[in-house]
Ligand binder design. Structure first.
Ligand SMILES: [Cu+2]
Length: 129
C-alpha cells in the first residue's frame, strides 16, 4: 500500500465511522418534553437527515403544536406522517410547517417520513394534577 492508497482508505474509514456515529447518536437522542405556553404544548423539530429531537413527550388534554423546520431538500423527508392523529403533510424545504392535534389517550405514537425511513415518536402521558 503506497501513501495515496493509505490516505484514501483512512479517509474512507473515517467517513464510515462518522456516518455510523451520526446515525447511532441521532437515533439515541434524549426525549424532549414539549414546553407549554398559553395552553399549547409546543415543540420545534429540526428535519435534517432525521428528526431532532426524535422523541417528544407531551401529555393528554391540551393541544400539541409541532413545528417542523426542514433544513434540507432530500426527497426522503418531504412528507410527514403521524398516522395516530390522521396527519399527512408535505414539509416544504427550508420552511416551517406546523401540525396540531390534541392527544386524549396515553401511549407512544410514531411519526415517520413518507417512506417510513426517518422515525420519531411522541409519548403521551396522563396529564398530571
Ligand atoms: Cu424517507
Amino acid at each position: 500500500m503506497d501513501t495515496t492508497q493509505w490516505f484514501v482508505s483512512s479517509a474512507g474509514l473515517a467517513l464510515i465511522v462518522g456516518i455510523a456515529t451520526f446515525f447511532f447518536t441521532s437515533s439515541k437522542g434524549a426525549a424532549m418534553s414539549a414546553t407549554t405556553s398559553h395552553g399549547i404544548q409546543e415543540q420545534r423539530i429540526v428535519v435534517k437527515g432525521g428528526y431532532s429531537p426524535s422523541k417528544i413527550i407531551v401529555h393528554t388534554g391540551e393541544p400539541v403544536r409541532l413545528v417542523f423546520e426542514r433544513h434540507e431538500t432530500s426527497p426522503c423527508s418531504e412528507e410527514l406522517l403521524i398516522p395516530a392523529f390522521g396527519i399527512k403533510r408535505d414539509l416544504p424545504p427550508h420552511a416551517k410547517t406546523t401540525v396540531e392535534f390534541t392527544p386524549t389517550k396515553p401511549g407512544t405514537y410514531e411519526f415517520t417520513c413518507g417512506m417510513n425511513m426517518l422515525r420519531g415518536s411522541i409519548t403521551v402521558e396522563d396529564q398530571k394534577k
